[in-house]
Design a protein around this ligand. Structure first.
Ligand SMILES: [Mg+2]
Length: 231
């Protein structure tokens, strides 16, 4: 095995911060001048459209969400909402305690690393400034690729950007978006991070994976040992 492709949210990020997503959305909703509940619902039902870039960037997405909530915010409100939304996204990227050390350890073994994430414009545009960026060789973001997991093109793109064959890649994720099923179909070897130490973490997974890989770890911190044993 020559590479590891990792999911981002709930895998590299701290699953404990997911609970803050709703509060962050409420701040954006207030800036847009729409009810928090209606905004949350509009965001939820538009997930696929948003993360595949079909609605455009942050500003266009928020204008569309407001429209779906029956509002038409002016430019100043939209500016404020964009700023609030970008600010609110950053805490959700907080690395889980082991994340950066695990990436360094795997790199130290000569493994190539990629992040494959279903995400909106905010992560794509903020990625270079994160602590993850210098530790990862390639990224594949749904918003940029125009496809979401488990679309096989995303896995193929990750392998290609790493310069390895899919069969030489581990795929590591916490099990949202049928990502392991997609990884297996692409020829990668899937590993589930169960997040057993974070009760309720599974509630934040969109389109959860019914396929459970043979290889599992309870926490990302346990990954280097598993890969060493089976690599
Ligand atoms: Mg995830």
């Amino acid at each position: 095995m020559r590479a590891v492709v990792l999911d981002f949210f709930g895998t590299l990020t701290d699953p404990g911060v997911e609970a803050g997503r709703r509060d962050a959305a409420a701040v954006t909703a207030a800036a847009l001048g729409v009810p928090a509940e209606a905004f949350w619902t509009a965001m939820g039902t538009s997930f696929t459209e948003r993360i595949t870039g079909r609605l455009g960037g942050t500003r266009a997405v928020l204008a569309e969400m407001a429209r779906r909530c029956g509002a038409e915010p002016g430019p100043a409100s939209l500016d404020a909402a964009v700023a609030a939304h970008r600010t609110g996204a950053v805490p959700l990227w907080r690395p889980r305690p082991a994340a950066l050390d695990v990436l360094k350890t795997l790199r130290g073994r000569g493994l190539r690393l990629a992040v494959l994430s279903d995400c909106g414009a905010e992560l794509c545009q903020g990625w270079a400034g994160t602590a993850y960026a210098p530790l990862v060789d390639a990224t594949v973001f749904s918003w940029e690729e125009g496809a979401r997991k488990p679309d096989p093109r995303l896995y193929a793109t990750a392998a290609r950007r790493l310069g390895v064959a899919p069969g030489e890649c581990w795929y590591v994720g916490d099990g949202g978006s049928r990502e392991h099923q997609g990884a297996r179909a692409a020829g990668m070897r899937p590993v589930l991070v169960t997040n057993a130490g974070y009760p309720g973490a599974g509630a934040h997974r969109d389109d959860p994976d019914s396929y459970v890989p043979a290889d599992t770890v309870d926490d990302l911190a346990d990954l280097p040992l598993l890969l060493e044993a089976h690599g």
